[in-house]
Design a protein around this ligand. Structure first.
Ligand code: UD1
Length: 419
């Protein structure tokens, strides 16, 4: 098992190039189940979660060739319809194959993702939507068993905004007969990237990016070329890190409009942020001020950046209230930050962070993907050595994170844990 070791307290300076978005690559890969012929994907990040999705697709019979960040998928004539527990248990987003498999094969058997560290995360909205489109669904022996000889268009109103729920139903609806309307749909940029990719293959989807998405079906989809959008969460993580004392970073390849909520917050904290053709330039403030956040669906402050922002607030001047409204148990990083000397109290879904001059390095443990990015930022901010264990979480969603930080001047390395 690997660990990341950081000798903290150094400013970050230079340029960093943002990779393709994990949360766009996963649904786009699942969408290749809907296409005929050859699909060529570019800017696909090399991540553990992407490998899991590739394994799921190969498991049902797709042929995939990957070279660096390029991926070729041949989806003609696959016959599998099962996503097994062994793969699904490692990645909740595996549920994204349910809609496409059901739409193409008339049936699908997908293991229930189960709970995960950040909360229960049910899939009831995915299932309700597919049922509204005519599917018969039972949950038996830990698997979702869905059947629908032919899906039909339907009007679906999400009780709660769900990103993968919106994506799953949008994909299924491309093969349903008639019009599907998704109301209270997720407006995340990754939903737009998926809709654009599907439209490039022949789908008729309009309204992606708004809370009302219309899909006309069925449309045969043929393979095409698609380049995955840049990862706004990775970009946001570097923007937050760039607010550590005396840092100055140019973040290349990110879309500034995907990062407005974070940009406004960091500006409130005193950072100088400028966007240009060259990228998003972030200069740390002389004195970092505290600010409060409430996580919310896009365009609100992303829950996937909450932990990283909290790490920054531990060394800001004043107090910050961080309210997590999307997931019920997304404060696993708090205990680890406290081990580094942070002053944080959790009350319900709020964390009250009292900023201090500096954290102190300590051995700590990553508990989930974004929590591990938070701990990297904390380690960079701390005085002395921080050792982050269980870093496999970070490899699920950040491409070459330690290399990228090292290029910015951080003293960070990956080593093997000896027992
Ligand atoms: C996606 C992202 C994840 C991000 C999250 C919220 C991917 C692959 N993952 O996850 O990184 O943190 O959006 O921005 O894109 N819910 C239900 N029933 C459902 C579905 C969701 O109650 O059927 C609830 C969830 O428990 C949660 C909320 O809705 O409280 C939002 O979850 P959702 O948007 O579905 O998250 P994911 O799509 O799993």
């Amino acid at each position: 098992m690997d660990k990341i070791v950081i000798d903290g307290g150094r400013p970050l300076k230079g340029k960093v190039k943002i990779s393709g978005a994990k949360n766009a690559a996963l649904p786009i890969l699942a969408a290749t189940l809907l296409t005929q012929g050859k699909m060529e994907l570019q800017n696909v990040p090399q991540l553990a979660d992407v490998k899991t999705m590739e394994a799921l697709l190969k498991g049902v019979g797709l042929k995939i060739h990957s070279r660096a960040n390029k991926l070729k998928v041949h989806s003609n004539g696959y016959s599998g319809t099962t996503a097994p527990y062994e793969l699904v248990k490692t990645m909740r987003a595996s549920i994204l194959v349910l809609g496409p498999l059901l739409a193409m094969k008339g049936k699908a058997r997908v293991s229930l993702p189960g709970g995960c560290a950040i909360g229960a995360r049910p899939i009831d909205l995915h299932l309700k939507g597919l049922e509204a489109m005519g599917a018969k669904i039972k949950v038996e022996h830990g698997y979702v068993e869905a059947e629908a000889p032919k899906l039909k268009g339907a009007k679906i109103n999400f009780d709660q905004v769900s990103v993968t729920g919106t994506e799953n139903l949008m994909m299924a609806a491309t093969q349903a007969k008639g019009t599907t309307l998704l109301e209270n749909a997720a407006r995340e940029p990754e939903v737009i990237d998926l809709a654009n990719m599907l439209n490039a293959c022949g789908a008729k989807i309009s309204g992606a990016g708004s809370s009302l998405i219309k899909i006309e079906g069925p449309t045969p989809l043929t393979g095409n070329k698609w380049s995955v959008m840049p990862d706004r969460i990775e970009a946001g993580t570097f923007m937050i890190a760039a607010c550590l004392p005396e840092s100055e970073v140019l973040i290349q390849g990110a879309n500034e409009e995907d990062l407005e909520a974070l940009t406004l917050k960091l500006q409130e904290c005193g950072a100088k942020i400028e966007s240009s053709e060259a990228g998003i330039y972030v200069k740390a403030p002389k004195k970092l001020k505290s600010s409060d956040i409430n996580t919310a669906p896009f365009p609100g402050f992303a829950t996937d950046l909450q932990a990283q922002f909290m790490a920054l607030m531990t060394v800001a001047e004043g107090s910050s209230i961080i309210r997590e409204t999307i997931f019920e148990n997304r404060f696993m990083h708090v205990g680890e930050l406290i081990r580094m000397g942070a002053d944080i109290k959790v009350e319900g879904n709020s964390a009250i962070v009292r900023g201090m001059k500096q954290l102190s390095g300590a051995p700590i443990m990553a508990t989930d993907l974004r929590a591990s990015a938070c701990l990297v930022i904390a380690g960079l901010a701390a005085k002395g050595i921080t050792e982050i264990n269980r870093v496999y979480h970070i490899d699920r969603g950040y491409e070459k994170i330690e290399k990228k930080f090292r290029k910015l001047g951080a003293k960070i390395k990956r080593t093997k844990v000896k027992f």
